[in-house]
Design a protein around this ligand. Structure first.
Ligand SMILES: NC(=O)c1ccc[n+]([C@@H]2O[C@H](COP(=O)([O-])OP(=O)(O)OC[C@H]3O[C@@H](n4cnc5c(N)ncnc54)[C@H](O)[C@@H]3O)[C@@H](O)[C@H]2O)c1
Ligand SMILES: [Zn+2]
Length: 362
């Protein structure tokens, strides 16, 4: 018997910068000019294409860069394998190769699918994130989680693949509908609750200015969120040691509410309801005191989210959280706040307590 060992112990450096500012497209194009790329592929959706994609494409072309744009119908329904294949076929037909680069220009859907394409095309080519929704700016464009949904569930197929750089241009938020803004605001409140009391207080003080797109305040708030998110990612890039789980605060109930409403309730409002419920659950089991809990509840209210579940069936929500009738006591794990700025992961809560809290929110 012979043995040949393949030695692959190596240190890789996937570090990258997040640039935050306004009117960044020219600077991005200048930077690309220096990279000696064969081709640049802008991947975007049908809304962002007309709003910003065409401008970016013309700019790149006017500088002599060989760029193409590939777009798909806007919406979560496009985050699927069939669309990924279509994008890949287009890249092949345009003769993209290993010396090409992908730009993900859009919200989280574009970022997730374009990042996934980049991670497998020719076994991985570089990509940039240019997030255009608040949610993508403060959350999904950072951290390298890529993927698509399947009929069995969200984000079931994907990779960890970090972008080479993230460019956050707050100018694009002027066209973002209010309800999409609120999707980002929910994640921002979440960041404050799980990780940073000072940021939470900043959001208490400046919520109105963030919502009215005050430039300086918005840049400060987004930078702060990027710092919170990047720290979580640095500590647990591949969701192995647990830190990254904290980002699920508000999402166990939130996802269950979203599904129980047949996705009529938008992600941000569902997460807001989830944060309210999970904070009250934490109070119910004595993990957080009522003073701290009120602060969280008040900030969610200040952002203007609906606070009531309305006619959504509580039984459905509980079922969607994954409680198993055979499993008395339940084994669903929650991220629960201890105080503003600090949360515990993997907390098991009895179904009866969840039902009581949800009942009070009807
Ligand atoms: N990878 C991660 O770590 C991570 C984290 C959180 C969420 N996500 C994923 O992100 C996705 C949600 O992202 P999203 O909320 O950005 O949704 P989205 O990408 O669907 O964008 C929301 C809507 O806004 C439109 N839009 C985008 N930018 C705009 C602009 N500047 N002006 C006007 N309209 C604009 C889009 O066309 C779309 O209709 C989900 O699929 C979720 O799973 C990923
Ligand atoms: Zn979310």
């Amino acid at each position: 018997m012979k043995k040949v060992r393949v030695n692959l112990i190596k240190k890789t450096d996937n570090s990258y910068d997040i640039i935050i500012g306004k009117d960044l497209f020219s600077a991005i194009a200048d930077g690309l000019l220096k990279l000696n790329l064969n081709k640049i592929g802008i991947i975007t959706d049908s809304n962002v294409k007309g709003l910003y994609g065409n401008n970016l494409l013309s700019l790149l072309k006017s500088m002599g860069l060989d760029a193409a744009m590939i777009s798909f119908n806007a919406g979560e329904e496009s985050k699927k394998r069939a669309v990924k294949e279509r994008i890949e076929d287009a890249l092949v037909s345009y003769s993209f190769g290993r010396d090409s680069l992908i730009i993900a220009l859009g919200g989280g859907v574009v970022g997730d699918i374009a990042g996934f394409v980049a991670s497998t095309f020719m076994r991985g080519i570089p990509y940039l994130q240019i997030p255009t929704t608040l949610l993508a700016m403060v959350d999904s464009s950072i951290g390298g989680k890529t993927g698509v949904d399947t009929p069995h569930g969200k984000n079931l197929i994907g990779t960890f693949y970090q972008p080479k750089r993230v460019f956050i241009d707050i100018g694009v938020l002027k066209s973002l509908p209010k309800e999409e803004m609120l999707n980002g605001i929910a994640e921002m409140i979440k960041h404050g609750v799980i990780a940073d009391e000072k940021f939470f207080v900043f959001m208490e003080d400046y919520m109105d200015k963030v919502l009215s797109l005050d430039e300086q305040i918005l840049i400060k708030a987004i930078e702060w969120c990027c710092i919170i998110k990047k720290k979580v990612v640095e500590a647990d890039e591949r969701e192995e040691s647990g830190e990254r789980k904290a980002l699920n605060f508000g999402h166990t109930i939130g996802h269950a509410v979203e599904k129980a409403s047949n996705y009529k309730i938008k992600h941000g409002n569902a997460v807001a309801l989830g944060m309210l419920a999970e904070t009250k659950i934490s109070e119910e089991i004595g993990m957080i005191n009522s003073f701290e809990s009120k602060k969280i509840i008040n900030l969610v209210k200040k952002a203007g989210f609906d606070e009531k579940l309305g006619d959504i069936e509580i039984g459905k929500i509980i079922e969607n959280t994954g409680y198993d009738k055979k499993n008395i006591g339940g084994r669903v794990k929650y991220v629960l706040p201890r105080k503003v700025g600090k949360a515990d992961i993997d907390v098991e809560v009895n179904e009866e307590i969840v039902a009581k809290v949800l009942g009070e929110m009807q």
